[in-house]
Write a new protein. Structure first.
Length: 146
């Protein structure tokens, strides 16, 4: 009587290794895709914040409403910005668009943000506001005395 040896055959081991290698290759691709999407999300978030900060500078009057361009300072020195202001109908109302760009692995990542705003130079400031005259004192105005 022959006894059968327990264990896996060579074909079963080769098949299991092939399945495992294919699964590892697929997982590796998914990790790469996830990493790239994470980087794109970080770039979108950073570019949105930079564009909003430039729009805030224009809105408060720190930057003029005229078209301009430049680079950011510090950690954001690879980012460049441009702004355009187009009249949008009523006097002193403009569509201001800020575009920020950065090269990433040979491709330029671009983000644009636009906002309608009044020209801050034409709006004046609180220091230019006139103080209204005080109301007349009722005791010094004419009337009947008892």
């Amino acid at each position: 009587m022959k006894s059968r040896r327990r264990g896996f055959s060579l074909i079963e081991v080769m098949l299991a290794l092939t399945i495992m290698l294919l699964a590892l290759a697929a997982i590796g691709q998914l990790v790469g895709i996830g990493t790239e999407h994470g980087q794109i999300a970080r770039l979108k978030m950073r570019s949105t914040r930079l564009a909003e900060s430039k729009l805030a500078e224009i809105e408060c009057g720190a930057l003029g409403m005229t078209d301009g361009s430049g680079t950011f300072d510090g950690d954001d020195s690879q980012w460049t910005w441009t702004n355009t202001a187009q009249p949008a109908g009523p006097p002193n109302l403009y569509l201001v668009t800020v575009t920020v760009e950065r090269p990433v692995r040979g491709i330029t990542f671009t983000f644009a943000l636009g906002r309608m705003m009044y020209d801050p130079a034409m709006m004046g400031s609180a220091s230019q506001a006139e103080v209204p005259p005080p109301p007349p004192d009722p005791s010094t105005t004419g009337g009947t005395a008892p």
